[in-house]
Write a protein that binds this ligand. Sequence first.
Ligand SMILES: Nc1ncnc2c1ncn2[C@@H]1O[C@H](COP(=O)(O)OP(=O)(O)OP(=O)(O)O)[C@@H](O)[C@H]1O
Length: 225
Amino acid sequence: MIELINVALDRRGRRVLSGLDLTLTERRIGIVGANGSGKSSFARLLNGLLKPSEGTVRVFGTDTVADPKAARRHVGFLFQNPDHQIVYPTVAEDLAFGLKNRELSKGEIAPRVEATLTRFGLSGFGERLVHELSGGERQLVALAGIMVLEPRLLVLDEPTTLLDLRNTRRVMEAVEAAERPVVMVTHDLSLLERFDRVLVFEAGRLVCDAAPSEALATYRRIAAQ
Ligand SMILES: Nc1ncnc2c1ncn2[C@@H]1O[C@H](COP(=O)(O)OP(=O)(O)OP(=O)(O)O)[C@@H](O)[C@H]1O
């Protein structure tokens, strides 16, 4: 599903990730680590938003440098800040945007948008103005905007930071129901307890790659130092 071969990443001339050799095949993969440890940078490598400075990143066999367009199609990426994601004034227009780009007809788009809104508990939100929604509602709309495109893999960068408990549950249920692999960066360790694999980053390096119980214990130990 995801392969990183000898990957390093520089941002503005500074090495922010190094020594990454990984094959990720599990359905639910969590990413944790301190602020600035490289989690978002890692997530952005997976859909070609950032290109490796050294090495190769492949998603479903597609090299993100050789074919960034195909890589982006495979990977639905949710930004930390929903305002970086939402481009259209109303919720329904925003969800329809990506589908129009894929040249679906109006008759195909409307029911798909409605079904996705319902799945996220947002039915009735279609005509609402995005800028009038709460931060949490905007986060849900941004996630719905990705899910509606049915990507093969979801990469979520702190998807629940703005959300209350009910909406956090809703997001996690939607991710579960999507029946597709997810890579999720989060500071909410409780969300990862039932994940298959957790990667712990520290200062740009992968310092633990294990099942949740071991990985989270390692992360807590590092954080306590
Ligand atoms: N646009 C950028 N230009 C230059 N350096 C950047 C840029 N974005 C992030 N960095 C640097 O890269 C390093 C890793 O940042 P990154 O955002 O990947 O960390 P993170 O683990 O996701 O942090 P957080 O938990 O705070 O979101 C940090 O030192 C950060 O200052």
